[in-house]
Structures are given as structure tokens and as C-alpha cells.
Design a protein around this ligand. Structure first.
Ligand code: BV8
Ligand code: ZN
Length: 291
């Protein structure tokens, strides 16, 4: 692994740090990445499923793509890479690792493309205290949404819960059949649950969708992220192929403003002019580099 000292010296003089994480960060937690070996998309065609038109046309099929993934994310545990990044968001760690941070911007922005919420869920266990959790959570931006959230296509009510897909009896049956089933739309997850046709629980009964950002949809927090990228002088790209926009363009913006780039990946990233490249599983390289 590349010598960490020059990177740590650059961190120590950085004023505005941003971390952009991708599926490689959660690989050690058992969640398949999208591209590359065993990539998720290899079995599904992203242009056919992860987009609003696909949901409009065949919500049953799109829900059958997300339902098992939500369970997979629920079963996954955060890894040492999530812990190392969360620690970097803590004031006490920053005082030691990055003492030159701009006081207006006291902590890194942890921008994750991942929908598994593992960068938040890692804060629910040791060594993090409730105060640590409160501090670190302020840094996290789930730019591609969260698989534990559903959004009602009628009233837009968003619900987040670290549970399996809600109101999913028909999805469970389809999954257990091992076949792709044409589930009638009124048996798909509905706003307020199956017994809510009469709006008894104050929810409308509308069709729910996974509250993730599909292709062609605007990612979350893009205004803030876009602005902060202009001030960023140290960008950490962790476990991302930088093939999905707009995240794919962040490194170029930082470079254009004279910032430095550190890549944490299983292989060097040909798309990025990195100043530091740590090749290896980021569950190992992050704790070593952020020491
Ligand atoms: C938008 C949720 C406009 C759904 C996802 C410009 C040019 C070309 C195309 C476009 C463009 N602008 C927009 C587009 C269209 C499109 C796009 O980029 N298409 C691509 C395919 C070309 N983008 C959009 O539509 C986006 N919307 O641009 O709106 C806009 C923008 C800004 C402001 C206003 C308006 C919306 C994109 C969101 C799509 N949703 N996911 C779902 O997952 O079901 S994308 C999906 O890919 C995931 O979110 C994932 O995170 C993301 C990126 O993939 P990675 O995370 O990088 O994962 P990948 O598997 O690719 O790579 C893993 C990496 O980790 C590899 O490098 C591997 O080597 C490494 N690795 C593996 N194991 C480890 C490891 N590294 C370290 N340790 C390990 N153990
Ligand atoms: Zn509703």
C-alpha cells in the first residue's frame, strides 16, 4: 500500500475535505457492487429497471428487484471502512487528523452513492456515543437515496425504517417462488398499508416506490454538494468506479480548483488524476490511511 505519510500530511493541511463513497465501501459487508466482478447490474439491466419509466410501466418487476436487495442491506453489517469514515467526521478525530479545517466548515461532507444506510447505521454501535452519532450524522448525504425509505407516488409521504419492505406479502411470495411474478398493482406496497383503502390511518393508500434516485432523476443534496465541491481541497474517492454522473464529475471539479484527490479502490482509477492511490480493500486501507 502507498506510503500514508504524504496523504496524512495533506489531510493535516486540508481546509475542506469531502468523501465520496460508492458500492466498494460496502463490499466487505457482503453487498454486491454494481460493476466489476459479481456486479449487481450484471444480472439486471440498469437501463431497464432503475428508472422512473420502468416503475411506471412495470412496478411489480421493479419492486421484485428492490425487495430482496432491501433485505440484503438489512442483513449487512457496517465494516471497518464505514467505521473509519465515521470516525473522520468526529470533532475529536478531526482535531488530530485535520487541524487546519476551515472553521466555517468544521467537518467533512460524507457523500455516499450507496443506498444501504451503512454509513449511518455504523453510528448505532461501539465505539460511537450518542453525541458522536449526532455529530457524524450531520456530515452524511445519501445522494442516491436510501433503500430503507419508501415514497408514496400519490401523497409523496416518505417513510424510513430499518425493516424489510413494508406491506410486502405478495413480494415475499414472489421471491419465495424464485420466479418473476406479475403482481397486481393493488398487492404492491401501498401508502399506510393493505388495510388502508378507507384512509383510516390517515394515509392515502397510494402506490409506494423505493425512495432511491433512479437514472434520469436528480440526486439528493446536489445544490449543497455542487457548491462545496468548488471549495474542496481534499477529495477522498472510496470504492467507486466514478462511472455514474454527477458523482463521476466531482474529481474533475476539485482538480480544476487545485484540490487533491485520494482514491481508495481495488484498482487504480483510470478516469481520475489521483494524488494518492491506496489499492486494496477499503475496509483495510481506510483505517490504515486515516490511522
Ligand atoms: C442525473 C440507485 C441530472 C438505484 C443509482 C453525463 C454523461 C453521461 C450520462 C449522464 C450524464 N449525466 C447524467 C447522466 C445519466 C446518468 C448516468 O450517469 N448514467 C451512467 C450509467 C452513464 N445519471 C443520472 O441519471 C443521475 N441523474 O444526472 O440527473 C442532474 C444532475 C445533477 C444536478 C441536476 C440534475 C442519477 C444517477 C443515480 C442512479 N442510481 N443507484 C439502484 O441502485 O438501484 S446508480 C448506482 O451506481 C449506485 O447508486 C452506485 O452507487 C452508483 C455508482 O456505482 P459505484 O458506487 O461506483 O459502484 P460500482 O460497482 O460501479 O463500482 C464499485 C467500485 O468499487 C469499483 O471501482 C471497484 O473496483 C471498487 N471496489 C469493489 N470492492 C472494493 C472496491 N474498492 C475498495 N474496496 C473494496 N472492497
Ligand atoms: Zn400516500
Amino acid at each position: 500500500m502507498e506510503d500514508v505519510l504524504p496523504f496524512q500530511q495533506a489531510l493535516a493541511s486540508a481546509k475542506n475535505i469531502i468523501i465520496v463513497a460508492g458500492a466498494g465501501l460496502s463490499a466487505a459487508s457482503g453487498i454486491p457492487t454494481y460493476r466489476g466482478l459479481g456486479g449487481l447490474w450484471l444480472n439486471f439491466d440498469e437501463t431497464k429497471l432503475a428508472k422512473p419509466e420502468a416503475f411506471k410501466e412495470d412496478p411489480s418487476k421493479v419492486w421484485q428487484f428492490y425487495h430482496p436487495r432491501r433485505q440484503g442491506c438489512l442483513d449487512a453489517q457496517p465494516n471497518a471502512g464505514h467505521r473509519a469514515l465515521a470516525t473522520l467526521c468526529l470533532p475529536q478525530a478531526l482535531a488530530r487528523i485535520a487541524p487546519s479545517l476551515d472553521p466555517q466548515w468544521p467537518a467533512p461532507l460524507l457523500v455516499t452513492q450507496n443506498m444501504d444506510a451503512l454509513s449511518s447505521r455504523v453510528l448505532d454501535s461501539a465505539p460511537f456515543s450518542p453525541a458522536d452519532k449526532a455529530a457524524a450524522e450531520k456530515c452524511i448525504r445519501e445522494m442516491h437515496g436510501c433503500i430503507f425509505e419508501t415514497r408514496c407516488t400519490s401523497c409523496r409521504h416518505v417513510q424510513r425504517a430499518y425493516t424489510p419492505t413494508p406491506y410486502a406479502a405478495a413480494l415475499d411470495a414472489a421471491r419465495d417462488s424464485g420466479e418473476l411474478v406479475d403482481i397486481p398493482v393493488d398487492q404492491l406496497p401501498r401508502c399506510g398499508g393493505p388495510d388502508n383503502r378507507s384512509n383510516r390511518q390517515g394515509r392515502c393508500g397510494g402506490l409506494l416506490r423505493p425512495n432511491v434516485v433512479w437514472f434520469g432523476e436528480v440526486p439528493e443534496h446536489m445544490g449543497e454538494i455542487g457548491r462545496q465541491m468548488n471549495w474542496c481541497d481534499m477529495l477522498l474517492l472510496v470504492g467507486t468506479s466514478t462511472t455514474v454522473h454527477p458523482a463521476a464529475g466531482f474529481a474533475k471539479t476539485v482538480k480544476e480548483h487545485g484540490g487533491k484527490i485520494a482514491v481508495f479502490n481495488l484498482e487504480p482509477n483510470a478516469h481520475v488524476e489521483a494524488d494518492f492511490t491506496f489499492v486494496g480493500p477499503c475496509a483495510k486501507t481506510l483505517p490504515l490511511a486515516l490511522g
